[in-house]
Design a protein. Sequence first.
Length: 252
Amino acid sequence: MSQVQALMKTLKRELKARGVTYAEIARQLDLSESSIKRMFTGGTLSIARLESLCGIAGLDFSELVRKAAEARRGIATLREEQEREIAADPRLLLMAVCVLNHWTVEQILDTYELSETESIQLLARLDRLRLIELLPLNRYRVIVAKEFRWLPSGPIQQLFQKEIQPEFLASSFSGPGEKLVFRTGMLSRAANAELMKKMDRLLQQFDELHDADSELALNERYGSSLLVALRPWELQYFSRLRRGNREKVFPE
């Protein structure tokens, strides 16, 4: 796809998301509806005309270029208001987790008490949020980047810390496939940095295994959550006993 085609595809998507029809564009530009259709199907287009279309879509040209680039490579994060929409609706969050784990609509309907109509409505919302591209016959394609992550301190992470993390940790971690290890010690900055690199490699391996197993049947996979954390830290009770109440534990 050429850059111009990518821009036009993005512009068309943004206009559609705002409910703007070809007829409305034709009225605002004082052109025929057939002329507008030709613009979006490979007709010639001046910069001035493109800027006019951007104005109708509520975008400036630089924002259109950014959105087109995101669409081509897949976004790595959502905006805060997009995450807030997902965090506020448990069923939308469920659907987001399912699609990011490559469940089919049939598998979702077989597993959860969602109607087909409701599931398609939820998928349409995820399409608008640019997590997926909704396809014919109740199919979809995940379009976020492989390095997609929820925002640090964003609505999803806040939900995790408030509700999900306590539930996740409320286990003895002694059953099959479970393990929890906690270590504390004194490390240098160099040692801390080395462990951070190893954690990054572990998370990369987790993502690679997740992708590799996505082709397996659903009954051969199970939800798996990995919590990896490292930070300069001291129990608050200990920190309060420090002389001068100095709480900084990571030296400058």
